[in-house]
Structure formats: C-alpha cells, structure tokens
Design a binder for this molecule. Structure first.
Ligand code: CA
Length: 411
C-alpha cells in the first residue's frame, strides 16, 4: 500500500493501522479522528468534503466526546469508514490532497478518553502471571487454583477511574496489615504497582439472556488499547479474600488514546498456547485467536531518562478474547458498546518479560536497577510508567502509541 502522506517507517500509525480516537484542537469541541503518521485526520472535516457520502449514516457521530455513537453504527459502517480513509490516503488525486486543513499535528491536539466506558471487566488470563502469583503467595507446587485451566477467571472492575494516557494519578491510601500484626493500619500504600495489560472495547450490544459463541465473538470486538491496571499490593493482600480485588485496583487504570481496530490486527494473528486439559465445548474455538503484539514497559523516575523494565508479548495469553467473551456472556449477562475488557497481566516465561513489579522484583526481594544509583521494588511518587506496543511483519507495522501515567503523592 502506497500513501501520499509522508510517514516515518517506524511510525506506529502506518497506512495499515488507522486507529480511532477522540481529540480536541484549540477552541474546538471534541471530535473523532484517525491517526496517520504524526498527524490526526479530522473525520468531521473530511465527511464535509463528501468522502463518506456512499455510506448512509449521520456524520454528527464525528462531533462527540466519545466514539460510542460511531461504534454503535456497527462494523458494516465503521470498517468501511476506515477503508475509505485508507483509499483516500493512497489515491494521489484524492480531494484530501487539496484540503490540508483536515490534517492536524498530533503535537497540536489534546487526546481524550476515547470511549464512555459503561462496564469494565478484568481477566487473569496469563498462565505465567497466575503461576508466579500463586507461587509467591500460596504454594509453588499448586500455584494455579483448580478452576484456572477450565475458565478465564475475571472480576468486575471500576469504570469511573479509567483515565487516558497523560493524566496523572494519586497514590492511594487504604487498610494494610503490617508484618505479623493481627490488626490493620490505615495508611498510604507503599506497594503501588503497574500491570501490563491490553484492553478491548466491545463494539456491539447483546440483550439480557443472549450468549455469544467463540465463533461470533470477533464481531463484538471493536478494537484494542494498551491498559495499565494500577494496583496497590499491600491493600490487595489484606482485602482480596474471599471476593477478589476491590480498592487495591479501583483507584485508577490508564489506557492509550488510540483504539486499534481488530481489522488492522488481522495480519498478526497467531496460534496461542495449547490448552490442556481440553476446555468445555462452549469455550472451544477454531483457528488462530492470539495476536503477536510486542509490549514494552518503561519507568521514568522524576528528571531521569526512561528505563526499560519489561519486554513481553500479547501472544503469551493462555485464554483468548473470543473465549473471554463467550465465558462472559455464557450466563446470559449482556454486554454493551463501550464496555472495556482487560486481559490480565501479560507475563512471559523469561524473568524480563514479567508484566508487574510484583513479579519483576519478586515481591520486593530483588530490586530493579534503573541506573544512576536508582533502584525500584515498586513505583515511587513522581515516577512515570510508560507502556508501548506494536506489531511488525515485513514492512507492515501497526502500533498502539503509548499509555504514559505519572504517579503523584497521596492527595
Ligand atoms: Ca489486572
């Protein structure tokens, strides 16, 4: 594919990508855009030039503070919008070539939370992560609980505190049980951690009582983002039995601003780990359902350079997104456009591919060296955590940009 736009060959936002986001430029209302190279394409502006006239939909969906109305048009429209943009950007005689004002520099716009998130579910689908946690906190010989290989374990998280890249968050306070005490204290968390995850955005509603099969599931996924599930390990340790994470997770999660469509990720599909024992029939699936997405985590202490702390890959996931949707809806629970589902921490087998400080520093027993005499067991005040992700195959690169969040001291 040849585009007339100049794009750096290492850009995440190639002609093959074209992710959707919500941006605002100076004095203008929030609107829907597509990232291309280091530019943002204003979809409302190009709609006014008539490029979408062959599709029958209300162009007002492009002037909105979220993508929900656009996504609700369904893939029969949203997939075509992306294809039309792709064709225009490859057509040297496109009307866009003579209307440069439809392109804005990414450095000149603000990016916003791209969706109005109704519900948020977090899974726990990396076998390496679940094994590491079970080994650390329970029993290395029986690290996985008996249900783990039979269903994609998850919990219902908090949607209100999901923020977009660039927004700062605050160190939480909470109940912690110190050392061998029998009674808890209420204090600042001293074990704030990141979790390297990917989220996917639901693109189609179901009704109460409906179920979605693994075969139908991809039709319900609009696209994916990078997801940092911030966690307070000391609060989590005391509160999580018997109903799972609560305040240790709900203080903040952060996502990248551009939603990369499932269509853009299609070339990067790959076979996942073998599932043994065999799963129940409603969780069975055919074909490649994992995706080869390189993932990186960096920590940048105040006034220092960022330092790589983890190199992982989304392909390591034991449970895939189709199984997660099939399981989520298997009891008839409905899902809606804009729901966010996160993968769970994405750890690989190698110690440098672990997706949290809890694992990387092995519960604080092995501090990480960040250079300049700086070490970290967990995240300190004013540290910035950055996650990046990209797929690459030959000359085709599709990336996610980044999710970058600074942890400020307790408010
Ligand atoms: Ca998580």
């Amino acid at each position: 594919m040849n585009t007339w736009i100049k794009i750096d060959k290492n850009s995440d936002f190639s002609i093959y990508n074209l992710p959707f986001g919500v941006f605002s430029a100076k004095l203008k209302t929030k609107r829907v855009g597509i990232a291309i190279g280091n530019m943002v394409l204003d979809l409302e502006a190009i709609g006014a030039l008539g490029v979408f006239d062959e599709l029958n939909f209300n162009k007002k969906v492009f002037v909105s503070d979220s993508l929900n109305d656009f996504i609700s048009l369904g893939k029969q429209i949203t997939v075509k919008v992306r294809e039309i943009v792709q064709n225009e950007l490859c057509d040297k005689s496109s009307i866009l070539t003579s209307n440069p004002y439809v392109f804005l520099k990414q450095s000149d716009v603000n990016m916003h939370l791209p969706i109005r998130i109704g519900d948020y579910t977090d899974f726990y689908s990396s076998i390496e992560h679940a094994t590491n946690i079970g080994t650390m906190f329970r029993d290395p010989k029986n690290a996985l609980l008996p249900n783990w290989k039979h269903l994609p374990v998850g919990y219902h998280g908090r949607a209100s505190s999901i923020v977009v890249s660039g927004e700062n968050i605050y160190r939480p306070k909470g109940q912690v049980l110190l050392n061998d005490n029998t009674k808890p204290e209420f204090q600042k968390s001293s074990r704030v951690d990141f979790e390297l995850e990917m989220g996917f955005v639901i693109g189609k509603n179901t009704n109460l009582g409906d179920t979605v099969s693994t075969k139908e599931a991809e039709d319900f996924i609009f696209g994916k983002v990078l997801f940092n599930d911030w966690s307070a390990r000391d609060i989590q340790k005391w509160e999580y039995v018997p109903l799972g994470p609560f305040l240790a997770k709900s203080f903040a999660s952060s996502i990248s601003p551009w939603i990369v469509t499932l269509e853009a990720l299609e070339p990067f599909k790959t076979i996942g780990p073998i599932q043994d024992p065999k799963v129940l029939p409603y969780l069975g699936f055919e074909g490649a359902k994992n995706y080869d997405i390189n993932l990186e985590v960096f920590i940048q202490p105040e006034k220092q350079n960022e330092k790589t702390v983890s190199l992982s890959n989304f392909k390591f996931m034991y449970w895939n997104m189709c199984q997660q949707i099939a399981h989520h809806t298997s009891n008839g629970c409905n899902i809606n456009v804009g729901d966010m589902m996160a993968s769970g921490t994405i750890s690989g087998k190698d110690t440098n591919s672990y997706g949290s400080m809890l694992e990387l520093s092995w519960a604080g027993s092995k501090p990480l060296d960040l250079g300049n005499g700086i070490t970290r067991k967990f995240i300190e005040d004013n540290d910035t955590v950055i996650m990046r992700g990209y797929c690459e195959k030959g000359d085709v690169r599709v990336g996610f940009g980044e999710v970058k969040t600074k942890l400020l001291k307790t408010r």
